[in-house]
Design a protein. Structure first.
Length: 438
């Protein structure tokens, strides 16, 4: 799990899913289930296992912008080999490798890694689901050449998102972005039970889309998942687009194009600049229910056409090699290494159509839980004036009056029109979009 060729060769990164998961399956226990995951990169593939441990405790760094000092922490290998923590940011911890003498005491064992912290003058060990693989010898010339060849073949643009029960929306989102240039999709599955696997299989077999899923069951750990993806995909993807399944990248310059092209999204990436661009920021346009009472059969791009006038928030495409060693990210954008900058697209260059406020039966499902570690859940009476709250909506999933007409300040049918041109066709039952089921 070393990082050959890196200035941090002696460092392993630890990603901990730091929030609690209510143990529904074990509700007789007055406790919580916590999953912890450690990730390392190097010659060997990431080695991790999944299991659940009981722990009556919240996350290690559970306040945004407030991180424990590395001096308060330690990484425990096996039952007693402890090394220093180099850095502590959000749910990412970087630890030194054990020396060979220490490892010799653990030879032949599955080396479990835990995080040790000092709290109120007591040493607390936070359990992990990770196993440590000692560093290998330097690669041979042939192995190094093979690795270099693999790096040359990495995809230019990939997409990553965290999902929970979005199977019925996935085909539209994946089909659209694959036709515009996304080569690989990484889905972090936050406990879906709506047939996600079947849809993913269909996308692979019927739509020829390269898409993979990773079970990521811990609630409110989106930041940790994206940190994981930044490492996990670095060898196979140059740029990663962090976008939710209800968000579609669109450039007004495409409005008159007769067909889609895999170069469309790639054209939004930087070609060259004096200061290297490590991240492209894209502003979001938020669409309202648009008089819809249920999920539009032809897709969100077809049914939701009325939006708020001003842009809200942003999403990003990130050069993975430019991501800071801390892996720190804040809802779809990352801290960059020194020497890299973020480029903002002008609204005429590119926007994200965010189909945020959907028909009420769909929107109220959001009250299940937030995915971000640092955003208050919908039903928690906190931060009522936050931009993460919906104007006019309280803390309960009760439909506001005239919901169907809310957030409608400007009709915007641009993406509806181009997708009909690119992906629509006449069928026996009428006009049909490429992602619609028969």
């Amino acid at each position: 799990m070393a990082e050959p060729g890196s200035r941090n060769r002696d460092i392993m990164r630890t990603i901990c899913a730091g929030s609690n998961l209510v143990a529904e399956a074990m509700n007789l226990l007055a406790n919580y289930l916590v999953g912890r995951l450690v990730v390392g990169i190097g010659e060997e593939k990431n080695k991790a296992t999944y299991e659940i441990r009981l722990l009556a405790k919240s996350g290690v760094n559970n306040r945004q912008g407030v991180n424990r000092s590395p001096t308060e922490l330690g990484c425990v290998f096996g039952n007693g080999v402890v090394t220093d923590v180099i850095s502590s940011t959000q749910e990412v911890f970087r630890c030194r490798h054990p020396d060979e003498t220490a490892l010799s005491r653990l030879f032949g064992k599955n080396i479990k890694i835990s995080l040790q912290l000092v709290e109120k003058n007591k040493v607390v060990v936070v359990p992990s689901v990770a196993y440590y693989t000692p560093r290998r010898k330097p690669p041979t010339t042939a192995t190094a050449a093979s690795a270099a060849a693999a790096r040359k073949e990495k995809s230019l643009l990939c997409a990553c998102t965290m999902v929970h029960n979005v199977a019925k929306f996935l085909k539209e989102w994946a089909h659209y972005h694959s036709k515009l240039g996304v080569e690989k999709f990484f889905l972090y599955d936050n406990g879906s039970d709506d047939g996600l696997d079947q849809v993913v299989t269909e996308l692979r077999e019927s739509y020829n889309i390269t898409i993979s899923t990773l079970l990521w069951p811990w609630p409110k750990t989106q930041e940790a998942g994206f940190s994981h993806s930044a490492l996990h995909a670095r060898e196979s993807c140059a740029w990663m687009m962090y976008m939710d399944v209800d968000e579609f990248v669109f450039s007004p310059s495409w409005i008159n194009d007769s067909r889609s092209s895999v170069n469309m999204l790639r054209s939004l990436l930087p070609s060259s600049s004096t200061v290297p661009v490590g991240q492209v920021g894209i502003r979001c346009l938020e669409f309202g229910p648009s008089k819809q009472r249920s999920n539009p059969l032809q897709g969100v791009t077809q049914g939701y056409t009325c939006r708020r006038r001003l842009d809200q928030r942003h999403k990003s495409m990130v050069l993975l090699d430019a991501v800071d060693e801390s892996l720190m990210n804040v809802i779809h954008h990352f801290r960059l290494k020194e020497g890299y900058r973020m480029k903002w697209l002008r609204m005429e260059e590119g926007v994200v159509n965010h189909y945020k406020y959907q028909a009420w039966p769909e929107f109220k499902k959001k009250f299940r839980q937030r995915v971000s570690a640092y955003v208050a859940d919908w039903k928690k009476e906190a931060n009522p004036n936050s931009n993460d709250r919906t104007p006019g909506l309280g803390f309960l999933p009760v439909e506001p009056k005239d919901w169907d007409n809310k957030f409608c300040e400007l009709n915007d049918t641009r993406l509806q029109q181009v997708t009909q041109r690119w992906f629509g066709s006449k069928s026996r039952t009428g006009f049909k979009m490429a992602w619609q089921d028969e």
